[in-house]
Design a protein around this ligand. Structure first.
Ligand code: ADE
Length: 418
């Protein structure tokens, strides 16, 4: 076994957490039961770069039950749950991950995954895919296919594809309905607030909250912040359609420059760079709180904050106070990294159940269709996406209707009119 984790003595505690996640991940448990005997992934090496959480532990364990050998590194230097990483080593996974990595350590771990010569790669954010395309081109050429978990990673892969550089087919798991409609919206919506509250224990009632970006993540956050009693929820957008949608959903919409003078809490969810920067920091109220829900720590532009500050100190775990030249104090959470995974535990198991069922089915689909898939960014076939929804409903004891013969004929026909 090759691995590097913080402390193997934490394994017992990690195992309890994984067991708790299993209780709330019934679809993955069903998939484990369906494939643990036939072992469709026997002989397959899977290289995964994911947030090392109890939910990821359930996914990689199900891959292992289906026969795969799994190599796992973290997709963020600050998101690893060290007890879970230790428990995974005991479960026979090659784990290279610990919380609080330097950039060099982070890439050292990802390189261990690349050098395992995986047949299939799973990534969250694109760092593994990009590393394979830049530094392991020969290895990349032998990979059957990959998957990508998140919007930012899919955007990077589409950019590779547009420049004709993509080396293997990739299933954009993010684009499955049973992923983005639930994980991005309800998962991030709840876990982002969880992270902000665990770090600060502030009261959301009465606050003015600014959410940058009204994609699925921004929508989820805005919806949940309103539910927690925020006095005003302000959306900033660059896309006129999304801005209009936010307005019709009952939120205020304005430019970031205006919002920066008003907000008590700022949450970025755009996937873009320097969304909150110097001109915004300079206008913010004393005590304003800054949190990021996007994949990379570039949305709140920290170099500007550092330049404007005369003093910086960590006042609580994951809360850094910046005292500006104008005398005001701004509070940056989780070093501008994903607040839900750094200050809390990421999305709840119930939503990761669907996201990771998509991941499992995508890996199996790639293995079964390895010589047939075009070298493109693809979606998981709709039947598999719908299968995840059906299994989830079944696990929740929810029955739905089926079309009658008459209805099937009606919806397929052009004949029936007025
Ligand atoms: N991304 C967001 N939440 C997560 C979780 N709980 N586990 C793995 N990846 C995640």
């Amino acid at each position: 076994m090759n691995f590097k984790v913080k402390d193997l003595a934490l394994a017992e505690q990690g195992e309890l957490k994984i067991k708790w996640a299993e209780v709330n991940m019934p679809v993955l448990m069903l998939l484990r039961d369906m494939f643990s005997e036939s072992k469709p992934l026997i002989g397959i090496r899977v290289g995964a770069v994911l947030h090392v959480t109890k939910e990821t532990a359930v996914l990689v364990s199900v891959l292992r039950s289906a026969g795969a050998e799994v190599f796992l590194a973290a997709s963020n230097p600050l998101s690893t749950q060290d007890d879970v990483a230790a428990a995974l080593v005991k479960r026979g996974i090659h784990v290279y991950a610990w919380r609080g990595q330097t950039k060099d350590e982070y890439y050292w771990c990802i390189k261990r995954v690349a050098e395992s010569e995986p047949h299939v790669v799973i990534d969250d954010g694109g760092d593994l895919h990009v590393l394979l395309h830049e530094e392991y081109v020969d290895l990349a050429g032998k990979i059957y296919g990959g998957t990508e978990e998140t919007t930012t990673g899919v955007n990077r892969l589409r950019a590779l594809e547009a420049e004709n550089l993509l080396k293997y087919p990739v299933i954009a798991v993010n684009d499955s309905y049973t992923k983005y409609l639930f994980d991005n919206r309800y998962g991030t919506g709840q876990s982002t607030i969880d992270g902000i509250l665990r770090a600060t224990n502030i009261l959301l009632a009465g606050k003015i909250v600014v959410v940058a970006g009204y994609g699925w993540v921004g929508r989820g956050i805005a919806m949940r912040v309103r539910g927690m009693g925020a006095r005003r929820v302000i959306i900033t957008e660059v896309n006129p359609i999304k801005a209009l949608e936010a307005l019709y959903d009952g939120f205020e919409v304005m430019s970031m420059i205006k919002a920066s003078e008003i907000g008590d809490v700022f949450i970025t969810a755009t996937g873009n760079i320097a969304v909150i920067r110097r001109e915004h920091f300079e206008r913010m109220k004393d005590g304003a709180l800054l949190a990021n829900a996007g994949h990379f720590n570039v949305e709140i532009w920290i170099p500007d904050l550092e330049e404007l500050a005369v003093e910086k100190k960590e006042i609580l775990p994951y809360v850094t106070e910046y005292k500006l030249r104008n005398g005001r104090r701004l509070y940056l959470l989780a070093e501008g990294r994903l607040v839900n995974l750094v200050a809390a535990e990421g999305h709840p198991s119930e939503v990761m159940d669907m996201s990771f069922a998509n991941q499992f089915l995508a890996v199996k689909y790639i293995v079964e269709n390895r010589d047939k898939l075009p070298v493109k960014v693809l979606r998981l076939p709709l039947e598999l996406d719908e299968m995840v929804a059906r299994l989830k409903l079944k696990a929740m004891n929810i029955e739905i209707d089926t079309l009658t013969k008459q209805q099937q004929e009606y919806v397929r026909s052009w004949k029936y009119g007025t």
